[in-house]
Design a protein. Structure first.
Length: 334
């Protein structure tokens, strides 16, 4: 009877959270938030299923999406990720999570967006200049270069309160550098996961980047607050809609996303695991400016108590921006 009461409370918490931030979006302007690098999916596995990842987040990757998923880490989990972003920009991430036994789970992650080097231009440098007796037009170049880099560092704690309900919290410091101005923000992520007990259905909810607006010069801008509510179910596999051996498993995922700077969005994905070694993924993101379809591949190779993994994703970002490639490496130790 006590377990049923705890499960009911967990469902109520998830339902309450699902409506907590939805009304706030109607009063926000589209595309007005700062620190947009926080909205870029940092890893290949989640992007392979269209970022519909809040219900199945696990290991160190859960630190990016739903810290409650860290409780699905048996021992130690380390991930290293790279995103080849637009216009020669790149994003890098590293995350580590570990089980603390009866004390719960803890983790830390660092994520950086490197926009590369830029050449400074100024209006008062426009015009023709003499180069060896030849007049050459100078488009304003001053000869000075500068770099734009933004980063976030987070520390997480998660705990399983029952065999079905888990919750997690991340405190993080983010900084964005715009050369002539920079700003820092102290942010929080909250997350919950719940195993319903109905077949293999899992629910997940997370609030990402909760914090005060940041100030550049004299103007303040909100950070990209995101609320995600998602579910995942095995279509094929043990406990799935089609019962089969768990070594071969097809999982369907869905996330409803409410940002503070855009209309409501959703993401859906499929992940097929063959012998728990080869993972094939596909996903779709709805109501995004340029994101749409994505595909991914993952390989897992256990060696004794060590698990090695490699992930890749391909995402279509419209004709103007082409495609984005993501690579990831993971290591787990039971």
């Amino acid at each position: 009877m006590r377990r049923r009461t705890s499960s009911s409370k967990a469902v109520l918490v998830l339902l309450f959270a699902s409506g907590l931030f939805l009304p706030t979006a109607h009063g926000q302007k589209v595309g007005t938030s700062s620190m947009q690098f926080l909205s870029v999916a940092p890893d290949a596995r989640s992007m392979g299923i269209g970022t519909a990842y809040s219900a199945i987040a696990e290991g160190a990757h859960a630190l990016y999406w739903n810290p409650a998923g860290l409780t699905r880490t048996a021992g130690h989990s380390l991930v290293i990720d790279r995103v080849d972003w637009f216009l020669d920009a790149a994003h890098y991430g590293v995350a580590y999570g570990a089980s603390l036994g009866s004390w719960g789970h803890a983790g830390v992650h660092f994520y950086m967006a490197d926009m590369g080097d830029f050449q400074e231009t100024r209006v008062d440098h426009l015009g023709f200049v003499d180069q060896g007796g030849t007049q050459v037009y100078n488009p304003g170049l001053t000869g000075t270069t500068f770099s734009l880099r933004s980063w976030v560092l987070g520390v997480s704690y998660a705990r399983a309160f029952t065999d079905r309900f888990s919750a997690g919290l991340t405190a993080k410091m983010a900084q964005e550098n715009l050369w002539l101005s920079e700003a820092s923000a102290f942010l929080f992520d909250f997350g919950m996961t719940y195993i319903t007990g109905f077949r293999s259905l899992r629910l997940g909810a997370s609030v990402m980047n909760f914090g005060a607006p940041v100030v550049f010069e004299e103007d303040s801008y909100p950070v990209p607050l995101r609320f995600r509510l998602g579910g995942a179910v095995a279509v094929i596999g043990s406990g799935g809609i089609i019962s089969f051996h768990d070594a071969n498993r097809l999982t369907a995922t869905f996330d409803l996303i409410q940002p503070n700077d855009y209309d409501q969005q959703w993401a859906a994905g499929l992940e097929y695991a063959f012998l728990q070694r080869i993972h094939v993924r596909g996903g779709y993101q709805h109501n995004y400016d340029i994101a749409s379809y994505s595909f991914g591949l993952g390989i897992r190779q256990p060696i004794a108590s060590v698990g090695l993994g490699f992930d890749y994703s391909y995402s279509s970002m419209s004709e103007a921006f082409g495609v984005v490639h993501r690579l990831g490496f993971s290591l787990s130790l039971d």
